[in-house]
Design a protein around this ligand. Structure first.
Ligand SMILES: [Zn+2]
Length: 103
């Protein structure tokens, strides 16, 4: 098995201390690893995808796609549909902040 790219990653998020994750893809001859990211605060080891201070550089342009802290590009409409299917009434791309909901 050939491991492509940097396989080392921090165990904990340097911003909030939660466990970090990373995506990987088996391409037949080996496994390609994406950047490590934090599912809690949005930190990414790749500055282009770091969302811990707000929107990342990868999402600077208005687009139909959104890139997460793991470097994975998602179609915004699919994200909205998935949230609705989970019973979550939230549009994450129109400025709604789930932390600012008023009861
Ligand atoms: Zn974090």
């Amino acid at each position: 098995m050939i491991l492509l790219g940097d396989t080392s990653k921090p165990d904990e998020c340097p911003k909030c201390g939660d466990a970090v994750w990373r995506d990987s893809a088996d391409v037949g001859v080996g496994i390609i690893y994406g950047p490590a990211g934090c599912p809690s605060c949005g930190w990414s080891e790749d500055k282009q995808y770091d969302m811990s201070e707000g929107s990342s550089k990868a999402n600077a342009e208005d687009s139909e796609r959104w890139t997460d802290q793991f470097g994975v590009s998602h179609h915004k409409e699919r994200v909205r549909e998935n949230l609705q299917n989970l019973g979550i009434d939230l549009d994450p791309f129109n400025g709604d902040d789930p932390d600012e909901t008023t009861e």
